[in-house]
Design a protein around this ligand. Structure first.
Ligand code: KIV
Ligand code: NA
Length: 274
């Protein structure tokens, strides 16, 4: 079966919810590919894997490296790669140059960028030149300094601003839009008003799809625990317990045991094969 394309995603507006997760590495990409419609190589990689304090320090080279790793694990899902902070905001031309490099070097079929009305001209420019764009509005983490934190966006009178952003990116030709950390009422309104799928993160089940950071929902990234993340596993706790057990066994000389040790002369074919 062929890979999912941006038009396939757009055509699923109002249908069975779109399932999306992030991946930064080949093994996680393989797992996500089996069950999801979209795999996002998010710039959250900077915080989750590189220990950066925000996504602002993520570079295009980092995104390319992780996207190449993810590409190797995908067969079916649509791969979308984030344009990092500073790689697209200056002009549509700058955005095209960097998005084209991402696509050429990683084989991704679409890019994601943060911003609504202010990015509409850029989204249109990319779309007209063969680059499908997923937009990202509401809480846009690359604007953390302008927002003064990671607060819910679009409450009360501020809803109109996010609504305009949604309409702008849809009119500009984005094939879908991530809605992050906005009230349910606003997410429902936007989802019914625009013709492209809304993909929510902290934006209620009213959206046309959902996305989470894989490491968050697997319990692998603990420094921060937003309300909108449901933990489907506690892999961080399991990894910690495994490492503690290894340390204990090494100190007590219980590991390695007889079955992990090589004899001078091979006893069976297996021993040298693995
Ligand atoms: O970088 C990221 O992981 C994202 C998603 C959470 C939407 O942008
Ligand atoms: Na991102």
């Amino acid at each position: 079966s062929r890979a999912i394309t941006p038009p396939d995603i757009q055509a699923r507006k109002g249908g069975v919810p779109l399932v999306c997760l992030t991946a930064y590495t080949t093994p996680i990409a393989r797992l996500v590919d089996r069950h999801c419609d979209i795999v996002l190589v998010g710039d959250s990689v900077g915080m989750v894997l590189h220990g950066l304090p925000s996504t602002l320090g993520v570079t295009l080279d980092m995104m390319i490296m992780h996207a190449k790793a993810v590409r190797g694990g995908l067969e079916k899902a649509l791969m979308v790669v984030d344009l990092p902070f500073g790689s697209y905001e200056e002009s549509p031309e700058q955005a095209f140059r960097n998005a084209a490099r991402l696509m050429a070097e990683t084989g991704c079929a679409a890019v994601k960028l943060e911003g609504g009305e202010a990015m509409a001209a850029t989204i249109q420019f990319l779309g007209a030149r063969g680059i499908p764009v997923m937009a990202h509005i509401g809480l846009t983490p690359q604007a953390v300094n302008a927002f003064g934190g990671y607060r819910v966006q679009g409450r009360g009178e501020d809803a109109e601003r996010i609504r305009r952003d949604a309409i702008s990116v849809a009119q500009a030709g984005a094939f879908s839009v991530v809605l992050e950390k906005v009230p349910e009422q606003l997410a429902r309104r936007i989802t019914s008003e625009i013709g492209i799928p809304t993909i929510g993160i902290g934006a209620s089940p009213a959206c046309d799809g959902q996305i989470l950071v894989s490491d968050d929902m697997l319990g692998l990234f603990s420094p921060f625990r937003p309300k909108f993340v449901k933990r489907y596993a506690e892999l961080g706790d399991q990894a910690g317990a495994a490492i503690a057990a290894y340390a204990d066994e090494v100190r007590k000389r219980r590991f390695p045991a007889a079955e992990h040790v090589f004899a001078d002369a091979p006893k069976d074919a297996d021993a040298d094969a693995t």
